[in-house]
Design a protein around this ligand. Structure first.
Ligand SMILES: Nc1ncnc2c1ncn2[C@@H]1O[C@H](COP(=O)(O)OP(=O)(O)OP(=O)(O)O)[C@@H](O)[C@H]1O
Length: 609
């Protein structure tokens, strides 16, 4: 089950990084199972030893019966033979216990090691993925990989391998032994086995498809539940609880109906299999067959009871195979999605690492698309000299965020290049790039760590004074001191921040990083009015003496920008200072007129020019 390079990368999303980066080995360094290969061999060997040893006592019973029962008709007992048989049986029992214990130990240790190495591979790969990958799907996908997929492989190693070996080896050894003891009885023992083997495919008919449908139905129900719970506050406010609950109930009903139909369809066959493989039925069947054989003079009565006991080993473990099949199926799927994830292209390393010479930003004939087909940016050319402010404006979807994200290399351009201080960003080592470019986007991400560590994230060596200075400049210091534990308050535990406050923490973080280039989204989407003015003040502090590329939503905030780039459908359609663009009477002038009439009352003095 070595992972193949052709596994479906799409399962975890090849997305923006497609074809542009370095492809990691499908499974890290070597196969997933490399670190535990020796342990896996050990598990297989110990499970086989355990399976053989667990049958030996049954064979010993046959031998014992053959040695002791003739005594009933007066024959002498071969005491030596009896003792040997008993010793072998006890020894085998001990071996089977030790083998089960040892294989359990080895499999749990191997399982822990496998989980650790898989999680390490996932984390190592995450570190090397382009930032853009995290823009969308990331949290759900990573959670699924780390939780479900790793757990599926854990089940394979911790349980399924031993179960499959037991389920295959025990019936085989039992059958061979039974043939040696009494071949006609062995044939009779095959009957429940054959019935099961014939009926099982009938029960599993369309199983793959049904299972996929079942998974979809459970996923839809899980999503509907999450949606219902998460959206309850919103739907309540709009008086739509009934409708939302109805949608949730529909998914629930659909799930129950599907599971009901599937269960009904398979119930009869499942019950037959359960009956024909149940120990009591098998034992009765073999005893009846044995007595009939004795009656027909084909079997020795001494062999019937022990033979019937041996026959029990044929069907009992089979049921385990059904559970293990599910583990195997899950493991194969998990292995495919892990392989797909680990095959996602990582950020290519610079061929000739370069350090930017200054804080200028240059966009040269930049073209970019997310899907390789639809151009989101085309022929973008602009120069932002060090220490200047460049504002990006344009309608929603015109490509402002995408353009801004090319500078800190969330994505790599398709054509042209982005340079900082004359160095192509693709040639700037990642750590150096993040020293050069700070960014504050709308999707504020704070760690579940102390506020101090959250701010210090960009410069772990910063002193407490430096952290507090940055927080003061970001207008968040006073708020932090109001928390009982101040800077040691943990985000999400004892520090619950509003959206605007969280944004100011990220501004403090960017201030501390002190990068010469700053990319920021000035939107204050979730800021309350007080927070909004604080954020504006913090951003103004942040922008001083830096090259700033700002996505502007409120046009009065960029009246003083050194240049404004007006984007439309991924192209720069106008450029100039505010005064130049207003005077030109083009698209920006119209946007400005619109903006003024909508915000006439809130505009600061002097912004109406
Ligand atoms: N991660 C992504 N994957 C695929 N398409 C994307 C992604 N991000 C943005 N897009 C698409 O690219 C286009 C440009 O989006 P972008 O977010 O850059 O525009 P914008 O001008 O910043 O919009 P807004 O002002 O609404 O934030 C849009 O059509 C958008 O749907």
């Amino acid at each position: 089950m070595s992972p193949g390079a052709d596994a479906p990368a799409a399962e975890v999303g090849s997305g923006p990084a497609r074809g542009k980066g370095r492809t990691a080995p499908a499974d890290g360094e070597g196969g997933f199972f490399d670190p535990v290969r020796g342990s896996l061999a050990g598990i297989i060997l110990l499970s086989l030893i355990g399976a053989v040893a667990s049958i030996v006592p049954f064979i010993a019973i046959v031998e014992l019966a053959r040695a002791v029962l003739p005594a009933l008709s007066g024959a002498p007992i071969d005491a030596g033979r009896v003792w040997i048989v008993v010793a072998v049986a006890v020894g085998a029992l001990l071996v089977s216990f030790v083998a089960a214990f040892a294989s359990g130990m080895v499999s749990h240790l191997a399982d822990a090691e496998l989980q650790l190495s898989l999680r390490r591979s996932i984390i190592r790969h995450l570190e090397r993925l382009p930032l853009g990958w995290f823009d969308r799907r990331a949290s759900g996908t990573v959670r699924k990989l780390v939780e479900n997929d790793v757990v599926a492989l854990h089940q394979l190693v911790a349980h399924a391998i031993q179960d499959v070996i037991t389920a295959v080896a025990v019936p085989l050894i039992s059958l061979v032994s039974l043939f040696a003891v009494q071949w006609q009885l062995a044939l009779a023992a095959l009957v429940p086995l054959v019935v099961t083997v014939l009926l099982y495919p009938l029960m599993m008919r369309g199983g793959e498809e049904k299972y996929a449908q079942y998974e979809q139905a459970s996923e839809r129900l899980a999503n509907a539940t999450v949606e219902f719970v998460q959206g309850i506050a919103v739907v309540k406010r709009f008086g739509q609880v009934g409708r939302s609950h109805r949608r949730y109930r529909e998914q629930q009903d659909g799930y129950v109906e599907f599971v009901g139909t599937w269960t009904r369809d398979t119930a009869v066959i499942f019950t037959i299999i359960e009956i024909v493989t149940s120990p009591v039925v098998v034992l009765l069947w073999l005893l009846a067959a044995g007595l009939w054989l004795v009656g027909a003079g084909a079997a020795d009565p001494i062999d019937v009871l022990p033979g019937a006991l041996l026959g029990l080993g044929l069907t009992g473990p089979l049921m385990k195979l059904g559970n293990s099949a599910q583990f195997l199926r899950n493991a194969v799927k998990a292995q495919q999605s892990l392989t797909g994830f680990l095959a996602l292209p990582t950020v290519p390393r610079p061929t000739t690492p370069t350090t930017p010479a200054s804080g200028s930003v240059e966009l040269v004939d930049v073209g970019f698309s997310y899907d390789g087909e639809h151009r989101v940016l085309d022929e973008i050319g602009a120069t932002c000299p060090p220490g200047t402010v460049t504002a990006l404006v344009g309608a929603s979807g015109s490509g402002k965020s995408t353009l801004a994200k090319l500078v800190p290399r969330f994505y790599d351009v398709d054509t042209g290049h982005v340079a900082i201080g004359a160095a192509d960003v693709r040639e700037v080592p990642t750590a150096e790039l993040y020293r050069q470019v700070g960014f504050v986007f709308q999707d504020v991400q704070l760690l579940r760590a102390s506020l101090r560590d959250n701010i210090r994230l960009t410069r772990p060596d910063a002193s407490d004074e430096e952290v507090e200075r940055a927080a003061t400049a970001a207008q968040i210091h006073d708020r932090i001191l109001r928390f009982e534990r101040g800077y040691d308050s943990v985000v999400g535990d004892d520090a619950n921040l509003s959206g605007g406050e969280a944004q100011r923490v990220t501004i403090a973080r960017a201030l501390l990083a002190d990068a010469p280039v700053l990319v920021l989204d000035e939107a204050t989407a979730f800021a309350d009015p007080d927070s909004e003015s604080a954020i504006q003040a913090a951003l103004s502090t942040l922008a001083v003496k830096r090259t700033v590329l700002v996505i502007a939503h409120r046009l009065h905030a960029i009246v003083g920008a050194d240049q404004i780039l007006v984007l439309d459908e991924g192209r720069i359609v106008e450029r100039g200072t505010h005064a130049e663009l207003v005077a030109a009477g083009g698209r920006f002038a119209a946007m400005w007129a619109d903006y003024q009439s909508n915000h006439a009352r809130t505009l600061p003095e002097g912004a109406e020019s």
